[in-house]
Ligand binder design. Structure first.
Ligand code: VGL
Ligand code: ZN
Length: 239
């Protein structure tokens, strides 16, 4: 018998970017089958998690990840990459390349709304991320430069309020679902594990932008980071 005492298990549910633009039929960056996760998300929302947080990708129109903000020919959505340099400009050695997308989840547009299928009454907090036009922010915790220092106390626009929220609630375990498995779910789950949480991705509660190879590569990367991939029954999935 496992003798896990209650204080050792304070679970949070993180519903990542379950927004119109990531869902068929009209989303500008629709993930195949994206809307189909709704029953799983709602079943989880009905459980007694200590904290239930939804995130929203929430970009200004001039966001660096929009292909439309880059000159041709290297501005093909889903194909072209752009190099993002550290915004302080002082150390050009710090940079990363990131894929370009169709315009999506523009602040205060219908595409940025959470889908109506989600049982919003059970969500304790909504976190808006990707608001800094200069950097990509797949993770619900922090941007890729970890601006500012990667701590729960950070308050910069690029670092979300999520680390602080989890810390204050005494969360021990983070369960992640939402869209997309190979981008924001992956990055958020890996960061949750980095922050020291036992982290689980519920397989049926997510879908990938690139269903075959993207999905598998993301599972691999998450597993390496210590994230457990579980089925809705709670059993770890054989990989
Ligand atoms: C996402 C691509 C661009 C995601 C966000 O939520 O997975 N993907 N922005
Ligand atoms: Zn985005």
């Amino acid at each position: 018998m496992g003798s896990r005492i209650e204080e050792d298990f304070v679970p949070a549910l993180l519903v990542v970017d379950f927004q119109e633009d990531f869902c068929p039929p009209n989303g500008s960056l629709a993930v195949q089958g994206g809307r189909d996760i709704a029953p799983i998300v709602n079943a989880l929302l009905a459980l007694p998690f200590a904290l239930k947080v939804a995130t929203k990708d929430w970009h200004p129109r001039n966001h660096v990840s929009f292909a439309s903000n880059h000159p041709p020919p290297d501005n093909v959505p889903f194909v072209s990459n752009t190099t993002v340099f550290h915004p302080d400009g002082s150390d050009t050695g710090r940079h990363y390349t990131t894929l370009l997308w169709p315009d999506h989840c523009v602040q205060n547009t219908p595409g940025a709304e959470l889908v109506p299928e989600i049982d919003i009454s059970r969500i304790d907090a909504v976190i808006e991320k990707g608001q800094d036009a200069r950097v990509e922010m797949y993770s619900a915790f922090t941007d890729p430069f970890h601006l500012p220092p990667f701590t729960p106390e950070s308050t910069s626009v690029s670092t979300s309020g999520l680390p602080k929220m989890l810390h204050e609630k005494g969360i021990t375990d983070v369960f992640v679902v939402g869209l997309a498995q190979d981008f924001c779910v992956r990055a958020s789950a890996i960061d949750a594990a980095r922050f020291g949480y036992r982290t689980f991705v519920v397989r049926e509660g997510t879908r990938a932008v690139v269903p075959g190879t993207g999905w598998e590569k993301a599972e691999e990367e998450m597993a390496v980071a210590g994230v457990k991939i579980v089925g809705i029954e709670g059993k770890e999935v054989e990989r």
